[in-house]
Design a protein around this ligand. Structure first.
Ligand SMILES: NC(=O)C1=CN([C@@H]2O[C@H](COP(=O)(O)OP(=O)(O)OC[C@H]3O[C@@H](n4cnc5c(N)ncnc54)[C@H](O)[C@@H]3O)[C@@H](O)[C@H]2O)C=CC1
Ligand SMILES: CC(C)CC(=O)C(=O)O
Ligand SMILES: [Mg+2]
Length: 360
């Protein structure tokens, strides 16, 4: 009987609501799969600041050390916007602590939700490989420097070639395995880091002669993703650009609540951090109406990647897709279902799919 250790970091805002929904799905999947899942919980972000005065406390680090996978909700909120160390800093520190340099963010229009995409006729189906532990979010020096009569602020965009190499190579491998085009997004007309990014992409391209490669500037690709999303299949880009373009992808498919993600260190079967692409959504937190799809898909990626349970991954993804096709829908998708109602629909679908598979 499989035994898995899961750490749940529900976080702030809608984090507890969407991870709670995903855990209900996990309960049923574990029952079907005959697994024992030991679930531990710890604090991250704003709730960790409230309890420990630190957005990524030592206790959470120790809990990560013991887990075989981590499911995260979201962090942040107006309550902590002026905190000396913000909740978001805890998430960044955790990604770095876990060494998770690759962030995979798939997006596609679900059957039944075509009307929600602003681009009803175009094919919207891709995946963003976002570098996760380098660039502007981590570079030093950073901060404020008081000058006579002025203030200077510094953020540093810093990368090592090796950090670029590993994420671009991972994206090439994915594009090769799925026979897709790779688009490398940068700002090589301005940034030195982007020029090296392009050099690395061109060098790696020689190892993957079957993968068509396109270079695009980030500003132009933001425009082009909206006008011609069908040109994009696999996107590889650095940390900040990937963060921005993945929210744009959320818009392309109709709601940010629909996207899940995997943050990993490149090798399947190893520990990763799995979280929806969205944030803590303070505007809807506590109302019971958050769309838990992103969290459920993140759970699906978790069981597939860290626990090598590919059948369970497929089961969750199918149950979510069928529920989105049939409804009910949460308000972000134009419906009036609660998080709980949608979650129950997914669990029912799961049962149906499982029964169908047992019979056939
Ligand atoms: N990974 C994380 O923990 C992230 C945290 N944040 C933090 O979250 C806080 C809020 O940031 P925002 O810019 O407002 O971004 P957000 O992603 O939380 O929300 C943007 C918009 O999308 C909607 N939305 C997001 N997720 C949804 C869901 N599951 N169902 C239905 N609607 C959903 C929200 O209601 C809001 O209108 C900030 O403190 C920010 O720093 C932001 C992004 C990622
Ligand atoms: C809140 C940030 C630390 C991260 C973010 O927006 C993201 O990972 O999508
Ligand atoms: Mg983001």
């Amino acid at each position: 009987m499989a035994n898995h250790q899961l750490l749940v970091l529900a976080g702030d805002g809608i984090g507890p609501e969407v991870t709670g929904a995903a855990l209900q799905v996990l309960d049923r999947v574990a029952e079907i799969g005959g697994w024992v899942v030991e679930i531990e919980r710890a604090d991250i972000g704003g709730t960790a600041i409230d309890t420990y005065g630190d957005p990524f406390p030592e206790k959470t680090q120790r809990a990560i050390d013991k887990a075989s996978a981590v499911l995260l909700g979201a962090v942040g909120g107006p309550k902590w916007d002026q905190a000396p160390k913000r909740p978001e800093a805890g998430l960044l520190a955790m990604r770095q602590y876990m060494g998770l340099w690759a962030n995979l963010r798939p997006y596609h229009v679900f059957k039944g939700l075509e009307h929600l995409s602003p681009l009803r006729k175009a094919q919207v189906d891709g995946i963003i490989f976002r570098e996760l532990t380098g660039g502007l979010y981590f570079g030093e020096p950073r901060g404020r420097r008081f000058l006579p009569g002025d203030l200077e602020v510094i953020d540093t965009l810093q990368y090592r070639r090796s950090e670029m190499w590993r994420i671009i190579k991972l994206a090439f491998e994915y594009a090769r395995d799925h026979h897709l085009t790779l688009t490398s997004v940068d700002k090589a007309n301005v940034l030195e880091s982007s020029r090296v990014w392009r050099e690395v992409t061109d060098e790696l391209s020689k190892q993957f002669p079957d993968v068509p490669v396109v270079h695009r500037y980030v500003d132009a690709s933001a425009m082009d993703l909206v006008l011609n999303p069908d040109r994009y299949q696999v996107i590889v880009t650095e940390n900040l650009f990937g963060d921005i373009l993945s929210d744009l992808a959320g818009g392309l498919v109709g709601s940010l609540g629909l996207l899940g993600s995997s943050s990993v260190a490149g090798t399947p079967g190893t520990r990763g951090l799995f979280e929806p692409v969205h944030g803590s959504a303070p505007d809807i937190a506590g109302k019971g109406i958050a769309n838990p799809t992103g969290a459920m898909l993140s759970l699906a990626y978790l069981v597939g990647w860290s626990w090598s349970e590919s059948e369970a991954q497929q089961l969750i993804e199918s149950a979510v897709a069928e529920s989105l096709a049939e409804g009910p829908h949460t308000p972000d998708l134009g419906g009036n279902a609660s998080t709980e109602e949608f979650t129950q629909a997914v669990i029912q679908r799961l049962e149906h799919i499982w029964q169908r598979r047992k019979i056939s």
